[in-house]
Design a protein around this ligand. Structure first.
Ligand code: DGY
Length: 328
């Protein structure tokens, strides 16, 4: 899938592209010399990133690449911009980037609808126990239509609690309208819009289905802990397509095992790609391998956007998708 190859001696600057991008993704930087990815698309080790960072003007990376202070300090003043092919950027040390005068860019806006589609897929699949039902069928455990088999929860008419009301949360809310759901939302700051719920606990108590759309990082770490899972309750469904760190996974797994939460749909995990063993064995649980933005069109847009930001920065401009440096 790569169109990024090592082309030393090209006319422009040197750009490290850490992984194979979808076809056409590196087009905006085609006038520069691209370093990487590895021929087998294996990730660069941290040591390799540190070594390469000193030899390039820009890095195009994925959320699985740790761009920490050591990588950013290795550049000796050469590195100008790091563009993450993701909207999240908790893999990049923003403070160290600011200290070293390195711009950081992400890919906001281009993946909202695709991610919202997947959140809705998880809302439907988890609520209707579709994953369990399919696995029973494939595993030869389906003995014919049964009036008490695979009884899920209705999505239409249910109350959906959206935690985090940015672009993706709103895109999920739009989809919910078509299912005649009642939608509540919670955000750190009052949105001033109808059905804003200031107290997260109130939203969790009132919602039948909860969908998480907050960014990862320290501020949201274990925002959904065991106490808050208990507020969603034994008939409730929890869906997470944001970051695994937002939900305490072991508390979630226990709630699913003991029936104090009805069902869950997860696309993100605390220690990807490791999955908590109690989640793997949890009933009524849909687990997907972080595919929220994974359509060819969207991943191509993300790659192109990240590379366009690099091209702009190397031309001396300020990319639109610049992540603001930390305030203090
Ligand atoms: C992101 O962009 O941060 C997603 O998690 C992957 O698309």
């Amino acid at each position: 899938m790569s169109d990024a190859t090592t082309r030393p001696g090209g006319p422009g600057r040197r750009i490290l592209v850490t992984r194979c991008l979808p076809p056409g993704g590196t087009e905006p930087v085609s006038g520069h010399s691209l370093v990487g990815p590895k021929p087998d698309d294996a990730p660069y080790s941290h040591d390799e990133l540190v070594a390469l960072a000193g030899e390039v003007d820009a890095i195009v990376c994925l959320l699985t690449d740790r761009i920490d202070a050591e990588v950013l300090a290795a550049d000796a003043g050469r590195l100008r911009v790091v563009a993450n092919v993701a909207v999240g950027y908790e893999n990049i040390d923003l403070r160290a980037a600011a200290e070293h005068g390195v711009m950081v860019c992400n890919t906001p806006g281009v993946l909202d609808e695709t991610t919202a589609d997947l959140a809705f897929l998880l809302i439907l699949t988890a609520s209707r126990l579709a994953s369990t039902a399919e696995s029973d069928l494939r595993g030869g455990r389906w003995k014919g239509w049964g009036i008490n088999e695979h009884l899920g929860a209705d999505v239409h008419g249910a109350t959906l609690g959206i935690v985090g009301y940015g672009r993706i949360g709103r895109a999920v809310a739009r989809r919910a309208e078509g299912f005649e759901m009642r939608t509540l939302h919670h955000a750190r700051h009052d949105t001033g819009e109808p059905r804003y719920v200031a107290d997260l606990d109130d939203l969790l108590t009132e919602a039948d289905i909860v969908s998480i759309h907050v960014p990862g990082g320290q501020q949201t770490h274990h925002l959904i802990d065991s106490r808050r899972i208990s507020l969603i309750g034994a008939t409730g469904v929890l869906v997470n397509t944001s970051r695994g760190s937002v939900v305490n996974e072991s508390a979630l797994a226990e709630a699913l095992h003991d029936g104090s939460l009805f069902a869950a749909g997860l696309d993100v995990f605390e220690r990807e790609p490791e999955i908590h063993p109690r989640l793997l064995s949890a009933p009524r649980t849909v687990l997907l391998p972080h595919i929220g933005s994974a359509s060819l069109a969207t991943r191509t847009r993300m790659a192109t956007m990240a590379c366009a930001a690099v091209a702009t920065a190397l031309d001396g401009g300020i990319p639109e998708n610049l992540v603001p440096p930390p305030s203090e």
